[in-house]
Ligand binder design. Structure first.
Ligand code: M6R
Length: 366
């Protein structure tokens, strides 16, 4: 079952290049630079007139939604709100027929997400779900579904479901941009081209497995961790922190790096490791200043940076390099580094990564 891997989580981390290839297969053309989502054909007219988007999900799927906001707003220029399902369903959301409601769920059975969907639908929203399980409750109640083709995810800690959700949101962003006319052909081709390279980008991170294990050996006894990132990599910081919490039981918080000085900086001392996502981006210099601020207070810095960035070696205590990509696809490589790090911390501590305490794979009750 585990095909030679020690744990399902490890197998599922390694399956990501294949899972993403399957998820995007047949959905784009390099001839005309178009994304084709035939599953949405029947509701295309309704999608053309939407003015706002609401993405709703829980846990890791909510983190995917936060990334989705960056991608959709950047590509299609449609305002996107992202909510945690258990909040949305009890907060009187403002919904009408001009709202596209996107529930994201690996299982398609999460009770809060399903309840939020029913609420939005009853108020007139068009519902397009992103889901990994064919025929699940959420897909049955949606107007359309884009399936992630991650294959069954057994490990309680979501890995390949997350990265396939990201790939799907990326495609959806370009698709909506086509409907709205917000990206020209060259821009679409550039983004599609970057997405096609993602399986290869992730494969290159898979070769860092042992290196990241060595790093985990140094940090597995830590009791706290901060994960910081900016912009599109801020949700990756949240996801990295959630992975570490879930399977290694090390307390970890994810924050936008710029928020550090509004509170969390008070926590920094020599016992506080900080995991920075500091890949090349229009905002890299700002993240670098945050690294300096942590170092000035004796914090220990692990940085995920882009290959060729030698300057960061002088600032961070440990650097993990990932391939250079466009900013919008850096989320894939940085995520996989964070997945490995959590996986190794947990297994080195002798914990059951596939079935962490107190957690269920599918949360079908409130
Ligand atoms: O099946 P769903 O995507 O709706 O599940 C949502 C969350 O329960 C799930 O992502 C949870 O946070 C995972 N344990 C994360 O690793």
């Amino acid at each position: 079952e585990k095909a030679g891997y020690k744990h399902f989580m490890q197998k599922e981390i390694y399956e990501q290049p294949r899972a993403i290839t399957d998820t995007i297969r047949g959905k784009y053309s390099l001839d005309d630079g178009m994304v084709y989502l035939t599953e949405l054909e029947a509701i295309e007219d309704r999608l053309k007139v939407i003015e706002r988007i609401q993405i709703v999900a829980c846990g890791t799927s909510w983190h995917a939604g936060l990334v989705g906001k960056f991608l959709i707003e950047k590509f299609a220029k449609i305002p996107v709100e992202v909510d945690i399902a258990s909040e949305y369903r009890y907060r009187n959301p403002i919904v009408d027929g001009k709202v596209l409601f996107i529930p994201i769920s690996q299982s398609g059975e999460t009770a809060d997400t399903l309840a939020a969907l029913r609420l939005a639908k009853s108020m007139g929203a068009v519902v397009v779900s992103i889901c990994n399980v064919i025929g699940s409750s959420i897909t049955r109640e949606s107007d359309g579904t884009i399936y992630t083709h991650a294959g069954p995810e057994i490990g309680v800690a979501s890995t390949k479901a997350f990265t396939t959700q990201l790939a799907t949101l990326y495609l959806l962003g370009i698709y909506l941009a086509q409907l709205k006319g917000t990206l020209d052909k060259d821009e679409r081709l550039r983004y599609i081209d970057a997405l096609i390279k993602v399986p290869e980008d992730i494969s290159s991170v898979l070769t860092l497995d042992e290196k990241i294990e060595e790093l985990a050996k140094k940090f597995k006894e830590s009791r706290n961790f901060l994960y910081l990132g900016r912009n599109i990599n801020y949700p990756v910081a949240l996801e990295g922190a959630l992975k570490l919490k879930e399977i290694s039981y090390i307390h970890a918080e994810g924050y936008p790096a710029g928020e550090m000085k509004h509170g969390p900086i008070a926590l920094i001392d020599k016992n506080m490791p900080v995991f920075f996502i500091a890949t090349d981006s229009h905002i890299y210099e700002k993240t670098l200043s945050n690294i300096e601020e942590v170092k000035a207070r004796d914090g220990v810095v692990i940085a995920v940076a882009t290959e060729g960035n030698n300057e960061i070696l002088k600032k961070a205590d440990y650097v993990i390099y990932v391939k250079k990509t466009v900013e919008e696809t850096s989320i894939f490589t940085t995520t996989v580094v964070a997945q490995f790090f959590a996986y190794h911390c947990a297994t080195l501590l002798g914990l059951d990564v596939d079935q962490p305490r107190n957690l269920a794979k599918s949360v079908t009750v409130e």
